[in-house]
Design a protein around this ligand. Sequence first.
Ligand code: GLC
Length: 732
Amino acid sequence: MGDHASMDIHPPAERIRALLATMSLAEKLGQLTLVNGGEGRVPEELRRDIRDGRVGAVLNEVDPDTVRELQRIAREESRLGLPLLVGRDVIHGFRTIFPIPLGQAASWNPELVEECARHSAAEAAAVGVNWTFAPMVDIGRDPRWGRVAETLGEDPLLAGTLGAAMVRGFQGADLAAPERLAACAKHFAGYGASESGRDYNSCSIPEIELRATHFPPFQQALQAGVATLMASFSDLNGVPASANEFLLRQVLRREWGFEGFVVSDWESVGQLVVHGLVADGRGAARAAAGAGLDMEMASTTLREHGAALLEAGELSLERLDEMVAAVLGVKLRLGLLDGRDAVPAAVASDPAALDCAYRAAVQGTVLLKNDNGTLPLHRGAVRRLAVIGPLADEPAEQLGTWVFDGDPARSVTPLQALRQWESESFTVHYARGLETSRERGGAGMAEAVRAARRADVALLFLGEEAILSGEAHCRADIRLPGAQEELVRQVAATGTPTVLVLLAGRPLALQEVVDHPGAILCAWHPGSLAGPALRDLLFGLESPSGRLPATFPRLGGQIPIYYSQKNTGRPADPATFLSLDQIPRGATQHSVGNTSHHLDAGYTPLFPFGHGLSYTSFEYSGLRLDTARLARDGALGITLELRNTGSRAGAEVVQLYVRDLVGSVTRPVRELKAFRREVLAPGECRTVRFVLPARELAFVDRSLNWVLEPGAFRLWVGGSSVGGLEAEFELA
Ligand code: GLC
């Protein structure tokens, strides 16, 4: 019978040391082995491996009875009785689905993002899951990349702040509590810079950029206490992350002091052979373990070759014990060594989760355009509503990518929500228009145009099905797929007021359609409560407050385009820039201005980072700094007045940006340094204050150190990364 874990009073390190001393080599290698579950059954090989201590963790098992049986085998039939880690991609919900992470990021609301994660954890823990492979804190600056849907956007501060909020939501203050999950910050590191936005492609990132942009969100996840990290698939500067000693030992352990464990991505250790880094599985195990990887997902090279590597002195016992101790440490934190693997009887289904899903869908939706007050619609004034598009009534598609366990029965679609309001005086006419977002046009278009022509308002629900974003689902052309652009044009051409609602997993290149609808709402993939949230936003029961966490380019060819770009030596100049159609015949070589722009797209995005409209309006005034000269060890007080100058309540995301005018390396034209969501009643005026510590002005210099350099700085406070009240100050 297993040597049962009992409430042990010794300090963790001692307990782990004592446990290690009793473990055989096979049992140690077993703890480093994460294999796929049987998806509702217990295959004989898995049963045997758990009993023999050859497996320490499983993933993708969410049937509570099966999880119970797996844990029973581990606890009662294995020699050591070590319960299993049970991992799952609980990325943005479990049964109840919240907006995709990019959509949650658009709320700019850490407390709400934390709440979503907390509900996700409770629902997953209720079936016996105790580890989630989230948050993904890769920086997403290339919307061609399908996984931009899973990112928290293009900015390190926003992504890091929200990633840390997810860690707190998943793990809570006491990770051993039964409704909590161990979190996993991923994918370490630089995955978002996959060349050409093609998934699994090479990443070439200068170390200065790694440290300045890609590392900070992971550091914030570590500061939030994240229990585990996942190494990326990527070949980073020639060394795949799963065997990248610089990442896994130099940065993660020696510089950051990380104490949890690093798990590979799916078969990414075995794939070191495919990368051509090593010749065989033995070489893969040696390279990964030697570089600082601790646990292997799906491939089992460590278990197969660990003994031989030890025998040959190519893996030290000290390193092996270090790996096992890291895993045992997380099991200890999770309470697994003190009896926490019991699967709670009831499967949680908390109505508060649905309320949270509604609020997240509301707050994550961004009003991109609203000409002449197209929105909000007024219920009494709309008698005939045309609902058009392949995404108006798709309970599964609206959930977005990475939704293994989402319950479509909990979904309410936009069409369903609007039909709930139908009455004598309010009729809804649904015309799909296109079978799918990819359809290149057909008979449905004419019917949709007819419905629009007969309606008071036409609502277009267009974008991408869930399959068009997420892992491996990259697009080279990020315009609306299929014949959707034509559908927008034809519906708008009827003259009926038209609103475009985007359901998509990425920023889209909307240049060809942006002028046609009177209003455009970007809802991303909003999750279970997409319908009520969008209905209430469209009809003004809720006021849009989302702000873009990622830039919307005009054309895909502008990518990468993000707000915190460098100035270059020849920044584009509105005074000299000529677009293609402005260039006169016979233009000579230097007649169009030698500055940094695209002739066919200019040099600005269609909608910038931080952008989002409201149904009210806000006025910023009275910007004042506590001092014009900031001491290196001081903090700068920044105060301003914010007034709701409209006729209805609304939320404004006040954003603070800074520019370091001169540095020993070139500095971005703007960097987000703080933000806060303020809800104001009509006419309300509020004093808003930020305190910016001087250390937040540090940057990575040529020697790859974070440094503070004296000099002049400019700051802006406003409602997006463009414009805002401006001031200057000096750092002493
Ligand atoms: C996938 C993903 C990773 C996920 C893992 C387990 O390939 O890259 O994000 O957590 O495998 O499903």
